[in-house]
Design a protein around this ligand. Structure first.
Ligand SMILES: [Zn+2]
Length: 198
């Protein structure tokens, strides 16, 4: 079965000729209206549009025809929580945004994706130890330059959390052109991570 994993800058997504903020659903537009920081709003728009591009490639439709939904595993309501593609129960869907960056994945089976700026430094160690396997945090923290190793641990945790399973295949890579670190939990071994051009 086909799969699509894309990483892009927010600017790349917003400039993409096949993607248009106007195609977001009313419930997504309402959520966007609550975001006060313009840059952050753009990042959210970009991630949601990039998800449509991934899904369009996998199911063979145009991005405008793709209608992703979200349902919360906690309260069971629609409009937040885990994303999915109605009518495609076999496909896993995930998206992520960070400062000026977006990532999305549509693959067979459970999936989680996380993107963070390469320069981001999670921490402090005391907090990381509460959230991540302590031995891994301590090993990363013992390195001469612990920042990059801790960031990789962080994106891995986020991706696994979104995938909803700890045994998913993990791939972590650095997109140097976009100064991004990306983790993908689940899905096939990724190949090209080119810009989302059509
Ligand atoms: Zn909920």
């Amino acid at each position: 079965m086909a799969a699509s994993v894309l990483v892009a800058t927010t600017a790349e997504v917003l400039a993409h000729p096949d993607l248009d903020e106007g195609t977001l659903a009313p419930w997504e537009q309402r959520r966007l209206a609550r975001i006060r920081v313009p840059g952050r709003r753009d990042d959210v728009v970009a991630a949601r549009l990039l998800l449509r591009l991934c899904a369009a490639r996998v199911i063979g439709r145009s991005p405008q025809e793709v209608r992703p939904a979200q349902r919360c595993p906690g309260c069971g309501r629609d409009g937040h929580g885990r994303p999915y593609l109605p009518g495609h129960p076999g496909l896993g869907v995930s998206f992520s945004h960070a400062d000026g960056l977006a990532a999305a994945a549509v693959v067979p089976g459970p999936v989680g994706i996380d993107v963070e700026p390469l320069e981001r430094r999670p921490g402090p160690l005391t907090v990381m130890r509460r959230l991540l396997p302590e031995a891994e945090v301590d090993a990363a923290g013992a390195e001469p330059e612990p920042g990059p190793a801790l960031l990789r641990l962080w994106v891995r945790r986020e991706a696994l959390f979104k995938a909803g399973r700890d045994d998913a295949r993990l791939t972590v890579w650095t997109d140097h052109r976009r100064a991004a670190v990306v983790a993908l939990a689940g899905g096939p071994a990724p190949r090209a991570r080119a810009a989302p051009r059509s």
